[in-house]
Design a protein around this ligand. Structure first.
Ligand SMILES: Cc1cc2nc3c(=O)[nH]c(=O)nc-3n(C[C@H](O)[C@H](O)[C@H](O)COP(=O)(O)OP(=O)(O)OC[C@H]3O[C@@H](n4cnc5c(N)ncnc54)[C@H](O)[C@@H]3O)c2cc1C
Ligand SMILES: NC(=O)c1ccc[n+]([C@@H]2O[C@H](COP(=O)([O-])OP(=O)(O)OC[C@H]3O[C@@H](n4cnc5c(N)ncnc54)[C@H](OP(=O)(O)O)[C@@H]3O)[C@@H](O)[C@H]2O)c1
Length: 246
């Protein structure tokens, strides 16, 4: 059984009208980069909890979460209204399999996200493990609009530290953005644009971690399967490790 810990918001950041981050002080938690934890608020006499991925790496004392307001959702709108000093609950049992301990070695590690699915990868990127185990790390982030390509300063800092070993590829699907590819990731795998912007994709050299929209996970996995990659399972290791956000 998990227990609820009390956390306190120390910073709220609004990226857009619908995207927000919270930094939260709580009693210490043990987790691996890429994992998530349930966070909760008491609403209408009921404790409403949802899983959220850690943006912060495990070594950081302050927790960070990145979210989108789903207007009809029970938790995300009130969560986005929290401000410095407000309290929320954090479960004491982080979990999840979108972690490098589950991913076989390879030359290239691809971290592929839509929307808020970038959150766990921001944690992974700021640990030493990917840089010890893979020659290159490629971060692919696809959003509807340029304003949703968040955490640019953090990503730039990783780039400054890791140089050519770190490749970032951005997509916007509903407007043209300088420096970003257009449309969706699966189409760019099919027509070669993703490889042209990154690295060749092949089962012998590539490992993919996918996170975000469940239909994106399916469509990207289908394109990669057509290229000879397969789902990574404990009993049958492969090249595609996924985490669906809904
Ligand atoms: C393992 C895991 C990790 C997660 N990590 C995060 C995270 O780091 N950040 C985050 O914002 N959400 C994350 N989620 C989703 C999160 O748990 C909630 O579902 C989300 O905050 C909406 O909560 P809600 O109560 O408002 O609506 P819900 O009733 O939970 O969801 C309603 C609908 O909103 C849509 N939706 C839910 N989450 C998202 C999303 N992230 N982006 C776009 N559409 C969505 C889906 O269509 C869903 O059916 C994660 C989910 C899982 C399973
Ligand atoms: N982002 C916003 O402007 C916005 C505004 C208000 C509310 N919301 C709420 O947030 C939710 C969605 O937010 P979101 O924009 O973060 O997530 P999203 O709908 O998953 O979109 C993020 C990115 O994923 C792409 N995508 C969607 N399906 C895909 C697939 N099958 N294969 C590959 N790529 C795919 C989208 O492309 P496409 O554009 O082609 O779909 C977009 O580029 C909505 O349910 C809504 O409630 C979002």
């Amino acid at each position: 059984m998990s227990k609820w810990l009390e956390g306190q918001v120390v910073e709220h950041k609004a990226w857009t009208d619908t995207l927000f981050s919270l930094r939260v002080e709580s009693p210490p938690l043990t987790f691996a980069a890429g994992q998530f934890v349930r966070i909760a608020l008491d609403l209408g006499g009921e404790r409403i909890a949802r899983p959220f991925s850690f943006v912060n790496p495990p070594q950081d004392a302050v927790l960070e979460f990145y979210g989108v307001i789903v207007p009809e959702g029970p938790l995300s709108p009130p969560l986005a209204r929290l401000r410095k000093g407000d309290r929320l609950y954090v479960a004491d049992n982080p979990s999840g399999f979108l972690v490098l301990a589950e991913v076989p070695p390879a030359e290239d590690l691809w971290l592929v996200a839509t929307g808020t699915g970038i959150a766990p990868f921001l944690s992974v990127l700021r640990t030493e493990t990917p840089w010890q185990r893979y020659r290159r790390v490629l971060l692919v982030h696809a959003t509807r609009r340029a304003s949703e390509l968040v955490y640019a300063d953090m990503i730039d800092a990783v780039k400054r530290q890791r140089g050519e070993r770190f490749v970032t590829i951005k997509f916007t699907s509903r407007e043209r953005t300088p420096g970003a590819l257009e449309g969706r990731i699966p189409a760019a795998i099919r027509d070669g644009r993703l490889e042209a912007a990154g690295r060749p994709i092949a089962a012998e050299r590539s490992q993919f971690m996918l996170c975000g929209n469940p239909q994106m996970l399916k469509d990207v996995a289908a394109e990669l399967t057509a290229r000879g990659l397969r789902k990574n399972r404990r009993r049958t290791p492969g090249q595609i490790t996924v985490e669906s956000f809904w």
